[in-house]
Design a protein around this ligand. Structure first.
Ligand SMILES: Cc1cc2nc3c(=O)[nH]c(=O)nc-3n(C[C@H](O)[C@H](O)[C@H](O)COP(=O)(O)OP(=O)(O)OC[C@H]3O[C@@H](n4cnc5c(N)ncnc54)[C@H](O)[C@@H]3O)c2cc1C
Length: 383
């Protein structure tokens, strides 16, 4: 464990107290269990419930729906604290920062009362299923169909790469309700997995990193879902995704930034300890220059990500800025972790060293939440 001494400029005293509590909780509940979670490829369900009791699953959902009544800054603290202990197993960002916010933004009162309190306690684990075998970046190309049949929708199709997939009790499924209407034919339907005949889960996918996450395939074969589970109206799905993706992308940037800081602190500890040619590795000019570059990249990235967090807290973050933050931070963390691994020598290649796991974990940041090439398209469009 290695924690930075500076606090982000958006962090006030209340957030610092929250951070202390999160830090203590994670040290007690995650650190002794994470290696086992990586082996079993999912977090214990009892941990979800404990995190719910601590108010960490949905920290920015209003208290009226069972949340902690905080802001995106609380989400950011949770995310950073996971990174500072090298934990990539817990899918809280998808559950609380993403899924719960779709329900809050587009759910009617009945839907919010029905689902949000259960997400807050961990009685339900949430997932969002956009990607399909033939459509990831190009979401308009999804094929999962939802056809209205009386008081139900009947879903057919499959989803892939779904975070929390093996554990999820509630999945927001992106479907086509009108295949001829392009983006206007996309809708969001909430599937309660236990109540949905025709829903099934595939295997937990074997990834190079994020070993503790249960990324899975999901299948819908004439799966019948009550029509009242439609989120926000038919044909609004694409707009809803475009409105929510900036928060998801900012959350990815926040996590990447904290991973960068973690990588540097791990490496500093190693190079001060490790002796080569009779002196500390830290005393060699190459080491000093590489770490100077890494720290500079990290500080520059921190300045921009923090500015984006502040803008988001004030409701002023543009989709283009969120894309810049995601694209930049996830690119830089890969550079920094690569340099840091090099400074660990052969130990950096051993999975028992956190820098090795980090190397595999950070790579996905350039792919998910929209590939970085797609981010550049979105940024360029706004120029
Ligand atoms: C660990 C993990 C967890 C995930 N979790 C979820 C989840 O919870 N829910 C979910 O719905 N999805 C999830 N995903 C899926 C993820 O969002 C997609 O993998 C991602 O959007 C890319 O889609 P794709 O894999 O189909 O790649 P493709 O769309 O086939 O793209 C392949 C590559 O093509 C290039 N490319 C694509 N579009 C453009 C463009 N416009 N211009 C230039 N180059 C381009 C990029 O380099 C891209 O990486 C997850 C993925 C992973 C790996």
């Amino acid at each position: 464990m290695s924690y930075p001494t500076r606090r982000p400029r958006w962090e006030n005293d209340d957030l610092s107290m929250f951070r202390d509590a999160v830090r203590r909780f994670f040290a007690a509940e995650i650190v002794p269990n994470d290696a086992r979670w990586m082996q079993q490829h999912h977090v214990d369900r009892s941990f979800w419930n404990k995190a719910g009791e601590m108010g960490l699953l949905c920290p920015s959902i209003p208290e009226a729906y069972g949340g902690s009544g905080g802001s995106f800054a609380h989400e950011a603290v949770v995310s950073e604290e996971l990174a500072y202990i090298g934990c990539s197993s817990f899918g809280q960002v998808v559950h609380g920062t993403i899924v719960a916010h779709y329900l809050l933004a587009y759910g009617n009162e009945g839907q919010k009362q029905r689902w949000l309190p259960k997400l807050c306690t961990g009685e339900m684990v949430g997932a969002i299923a956009m990607s399909e075998p033939a459509a990831g970046s190009d979401l308009q190309g999804i094929r999962t169909r939802a056809v209205r049949d009386g008081e139900h929708y009947v879903l057919n199709g499959s989803k892939i790469f779904i975070t929390n997939g093996s554990q999820a009790d509630l999945v927001i499924v992106v479907v086509k309700t009108d295949p001829d209407a392009g983006a206007k034919g996309v809708s969001l339907i909430v599937v309660e997995t236990a109540k949905t005949p025709g829903f099934s889960r595939g295997r937990v996918l074997d990834k190079i990193g994020l070993k503790g996450q249960d990324t899975s395939e999901l299948f819908f074969e004439d799966a019948r879902v009550p029509a009242e589970n439609l989120l926000g109206g038919e044909g609004y799905g694409f707009i809803q995704l475009m409105q929510q993706l900036p928060q998801e992308r900012l959350a990815i940037a926040v996590g990447a930034q904290a991973q960068m800081e973690y990588a540097i602190s791990l490496t500093l500890a190693h190079v001060k300890e490790r002796k080569v040619f009779g002196r500390a590795l830290m005393d060699m000019q190459n080491t000093r220059f590489k770490l100077a570059e890494c720290e500079t990249l990290s500080r520059v990235t921190r300045a921009f990500v923090d500015e984006c967090v502040e803008k988001h807290l004030g409701g002023n973050l543009s989709a283009s800025e969120a894309s810049m933050a995601k694209c930049w931070a996830t690119d830089q963390v890969c550079r920094v972790v690569d340099e840091c691994l090099q400074l660990h020598g052969g130990y950096g290649y051993m999975n028992e060293y956190p820098i090795a796991r980090l190397y595999a974990d950070v790579r996905v940041g350039r792919i998910y939440g929209g590939a970085n090439e797609v981010m550049k398209e979105l940024i360029a469009r706004a120029l």
